[in-house]
Design a binder for this molecule. Structure first.
Ligand SMILES: [Zn+2]
Length: 285
């Protein structure tokens, strides 16, 4: 009887803790989830702090979110002010195992615009950062992470080529967006973005700027203006009425709506939807 009890205790002791088998990765928002998941696959545990259907610029963590970082091996956030709470959170969390990646700094991005995920060339740099850190934290799965990285990198390169080819065949270069999310995208592909509000969607538009935007729309015979899914379309609708333009969606992919999650949409498919609407707005020939 004694022997049975001892062997039972031993077998309980050797059951591996599942959570510790895999790197426990926490990311701040949707694009970093999609990029990291594509490389880490089933070999990592991944949690996203900002719910997919929430606009991230205005989000704040709860104590429950902070506890997720306490148990993490890796925390990746975008940086450049997209998550103003992140640095404070890291300072206050006592977790010696934790590796922190500020993506913006890690890829050596310049300027003040945090929207680095909307430029596929900068996405490629982000994928390399993610792959390198996963290999360092979990070297036994090196070849798995590397082959996932290569495969996803090729998809991003394909997307980049597709955007370049398509936009080079568009007659117009100017597009009107909700918030100032697409200036990196515009610069990469030789376009000009006219944002209705500032770097965050909550920034109130200046009435004088709006008069100017209406003037630009009319002066350049712009036929379509863009709104985005996670914010109120009111501003775009009123400018649309004022200018007789049609409203389309150009998604800064700062999250995904419930229905998009259900439909299995992701960064790549959302970028292609954006491209389709840009083709229309910029007169693809
Ligand atoms: Zn934004």
């Amino acid at each position: 009887m004694k022997a049975v009890i001892i062997s039972l205790v031993l077998s309980l002791l050797v059951i591996p803790s599942f959570a510790k088998d895999k790197p426990n990765v926490v990311v701040s928002f949707y694009p970093l989830y999609d990029f990291t998941k594509n490389i880490g696959g089933e070999r990592i545990d991944i949690t996203t702090l900002i719910p997919f259907s929430v606009e991230p610029h205005d989000w704040e963590p709860t104590p429950k979110d902070i506890s997720k970082i306490l148990n993490a091996d890796l925390f990746i956030y975008n940086g450049a002010g997209l998550e103003p709470w992140a640095e404070r959170l890291i300072r206050n969390v006592k977790n010696k195992r934790l590796t922190v990646i500020d993506m913006y700094k890690s890829i050596g991005a310049k300027g003040e615009d945090p929207h680095i995920w909307l430029d596929p060339v900068l996405v490629k740099a982000q994928l390399k950062v993610i792959k390198d850190i996963l290999v360092r934290l979990d070297p036994k799965n090196k070849s798995y992470y590397e082959s996932n990285y290569e495969r996803y990198l090729r998809k991003i390169e394909e997307l980049d080529r597709e955007i370049k080819d398509t936009l080079s065949r568009c007659k117009k270069k100017m597009f009107v967006t909700s918030h100032n999310a697409f200036s990196r995208f515009a610069k990469r592909y030789g376009l000009k973005q006219i944002p209705m509000t500032g770097i965050t969607p909550e920034a109130e538009p200046n009435p004088r700027d709006l008069v100017e935007i209406v003037k630009i729309i009319k002066g350049n015979k712009i036929e379509y203006i863009f709104t985005e899914p996670l914010i109120s379309p009111k501003l775009a609708e009123s400018i649309s009425r004022e200018t007789g333009t049609k409203v389309l969606v150009l998604d800064p992919i700062e999250g995904l709506s419930e229905s998009e999650i259900k439909a299995g949409k992701d960064y790549l498919s959302k970028m292609r939807e954006n491209l389709k609407n840009l083709k229309l707005a910029l007169s693809y020939e």
